[in-house]
Design a binder for this molecule. Sequence first.
Ligand code: GAF
Length: 388
Amino acid sequence: MKKKLVQHTTEHFKKVFQKSPDYLFLSPGRINIIGEHVDYNDGFVMPAAINKYVCFAVSKNNDAAFTLIAQDLNEAYQFKVTDDLKPVNQMWVNYILGVLHQLKAKGLNQGCSIVFSSTIPMGAGLSSSAALECGIAYAMNKIFDLGLTKQDIALIGQQSEHTFVGVNCGIMDQFASVFGKKNSVIKLDCNSLEYNYYKADFKKYSLLLLDSNVKHTHLTSGYNDRRQEVEKGLDILKHFHPEIKTFRDCNEKMVTDLKDQLSDTIFKRCLFVVKEIQRVQDAAMALNISDFKKLGALMTETHHGLSKDYEVSCAEIDFLVDAVQQEKSVLGARMMGGGFGGCSINLVEKGTEKALIERISTAYRSQFGIELKAYKVKISKGTTEYKN
Ligand code: GAF
């Protein structure tokens, strides 16, 4: 599938520019085992890069001209790197312009011709936008020798979302896309950006994604509102506990003791964050000792918190998570990513996936009239140059 994507992107580049691209890059999407909506709350997350990618075919131009071609959308955008780069009306362009805007300050002054194409479904919670941002930053860094570290690339991607897209996301998606490692889950401390890899060996279990086919964009989904709510909550907690710097310094009791000082909504949001930060620590321990029953139970607990307290799920995803609760072969399930649609992630006994997908698809279709999609993903390496 990776080869096919590279071929198809290269062919399109050749067709448009009448020559072969000088460089090819692959930038992956991500899953997240556990640790949702805690990256911007200084918590821990456990994402991994997957074998779904944005592929970039790139050649350097001799002047400042950039031509961007989004092959799958059949759209193009041209500009000069010397222009005053500002957000435009085409959303996909903004992810890229936001990156290039920052790279200009790091010395980028030459243009490129770029065709990109993707196997990461858009709006499915698999971070197609982070893959796009990080792929562009990685490619420019490589081609123009800008001296950026992998961490710089992830932070530039995140900053592009904040400034050119308007989504105040955390660092998880970009970090996972850049730092992904084959067969490894990343445990990332979103406060210090220290990280370590855990072997993604789920023994007789595998990770299965069920795509609700409910598309979302964080610009309009309520994502930014959640961030504001927890920031308000943290200010109140800090007021009563001056020793608190981040949610990491809070525990459940501190939040419940201050219930009267917080609105119902803010109380629920804060409680979720504190519990979820702890759950990631517990999940890392469970993964370490191959206690998959525990890991699965923690994932399901996360879902209930996201659905009831953080209120970022939706009827379709709740249905998918509920539907697998009676399945003996499923150890845990939860919505994954920002929410309001996208995929659920399921820890499933190997070999039972096909029958499970059939059962859930039928039930889902009859409940919502929507076709379910399912992906069995492999854990792959992060953004990289592709050499034939
Ligand atoms: C989205 C964001 F982009 C991430 O930063 C993260 O907050 C996630 O939602 C929720 O965990 O994917």
